[in-house]
Design a protein around this ligand. Structure first.
Ligand code: NAP
Length: 351
């Protein structure tokens, strides 16, 4: 088996490590990782690897190294657990590696959870492996889109839900930075017609792409923050301190809420301490998911999410390239960290 290990001190420093392919011991199953996607979200897992414990999911070969989590599909290659059959294909949170050893618990016809001790106190949504056949979001022809979008669409779904549920905190405008990202696009898509004007802010080079999505009421380049009128909620989707500061200056008290969604490259919102009065908050999708699953039930949550997902699939804008093998994946990881990926270019990998 191989594992892509990155240095936690410099996540662009990566190495492919070979080891013997594991076999399932007592209480274990071995998953063969087969198809995964790579987006800025994965870079954020590395940026926040220590702060949000993303390094804890998949132990690295050596101290000081981390294994970057990815989302995608795997097949049970060996199993010593009743109900977890060899050949079962699952969707879930996977390591940048060819194999993953799990300790399946809560096994039922819909999949299982990894009950490994090192994952026990981590957010439950990351520990679930859904068997594809009964999964309402799965279809065989959309696996690439699922690897690219599903965690982001799910985040967007609960984020849009939270905004609507809170009446936009009285705002009439929602302004999203990193508007070209999938997470922003999905959120804007889900907020259409929900009662607030949706404005996207993006880099000059991504303006045409983002406007072409036809999802935002207005798309503006960074530097135009003064054109946004309040009362407004700002969704800081990939961590953009200059935009955050410009919107604070432009909107003043008209900035009613500031949600920090992700940090693609900053270890913290450098230079942008939280606003007073609780107006700045970190949005952590698993928390909102847990709340809605408690309120709606697991079926109720999954049905609503899958309905929304089916509405999005026909307009997913990606041109997808699928590359094969560990070295292609390693090079893509390096490229992802080196600069903004082309929006609309989805990179998926088969192993
Ligand atoms: N809180 C949560 O639970 C949660 C869940 C899912 C995702 N997220 C966050 O959402 C963000 C977007 O992820 P995604 O996968 O949707 O992105 P993506 O589709 O890969 O979008 C890439 C876009 O992000 C922007 N960007 C800003 N800084 C970047 C950087 N250092 N490297 C590359 N792109 C950068 C650029 O947009 P512009 O040109 O428009 O600026 C770029 O075009 C990530 O930070 C992720 O962590 C958070």
């Amino acid at each position: 088996m191989w594992t892509l290990a990155v240095s936690r001190a410099d996540v662009s420093d990566s190495v492919l490590v070979e080891a013997d392919t594991p076999a399932a011991g007592d209480g274990e199953a071995v998953l063969r990782v087969e198809r995964v996607g790579l987006t800025t979200n994965n870079a954020t897992y590395a940026t926040l690897g220590d702060a949000l414990r993303y390094w804890q999911f998949f132990p690295a070969p050596e101290a000081g190294q981390g294994v970057v989590p990815v989302w995608g599909f795997a097949t049970v290659e060996s199993s010593a657990v009743a109900g977890v059959e060899v050949g079962t294909r699952v969707y879930g949170y996977l390591p940048s590696a060819s194999h993953l050893v799990v300790r399946p618990v809560s096994v039922d016809g819909r999949g299982f959870r990894d009950g490994s001790e090192h994952r026990a106190d981590l957010p439950g949504v990351y520990n679930a492996y859904a068997a594809v056949t009964p999964d309402p979001m799965w279809s065989p022809d959309t696996e690439d889109l699922q690897t690219l979008y599903r965690p982001l669409f799910t985040t967007a779904f609960v984020l849009a839900d939270q905004l609507v549920d809170s009446g936009f905190d009285g705002a009439t405008t929602v302004v999203l930075s990193s508007a070209s990202s999938r997470t922003s696009h999905n959120t804007a898509f889900l907020l259409r017609g929900a009662g607030a004007r949706v404005v996207g802010l993006t880099s000059a080079g991504n303006l045409g792409y983002t406007a072409g999505l036809d999802t935002y009421d207005e798309v503006l380049p960074y530097g135009s923050e003064s054109a946004v009128s309040g009362p407004a909620v700002h969704l800081d989707v990939a961590g953009n301190p200059p935009v955050t500061r410009a919107l604070r200056d432009a909107l003043g008290d008209g900035l009613v809420k500031e949600w920090i969604i992700g940090m693609a490259s900053q270890p913290a919102a450098a230079g942008t301490p939280p606003l007073p009065d609780g107006r700045t908050a970190l949005f952590f999708a698993p928390d909102r998911m847990r709340q809605r699953i408690e309120e709606w039930g697991r079926d109720g949550f999954e049905t609503r999410l899958a309905d929304a997902w089916r509405g999005f699939l026909p307009v997913a804008p990606d041109r997808i390239t699928t590359e094969a093998g560990a070295e292609a994946f390693r090079q893509a990881w390096t490229a992802l960290l080196a600069g903004s990926p082309s929006p609309g270019l989805g990179r998926t990998f088969t192993f």
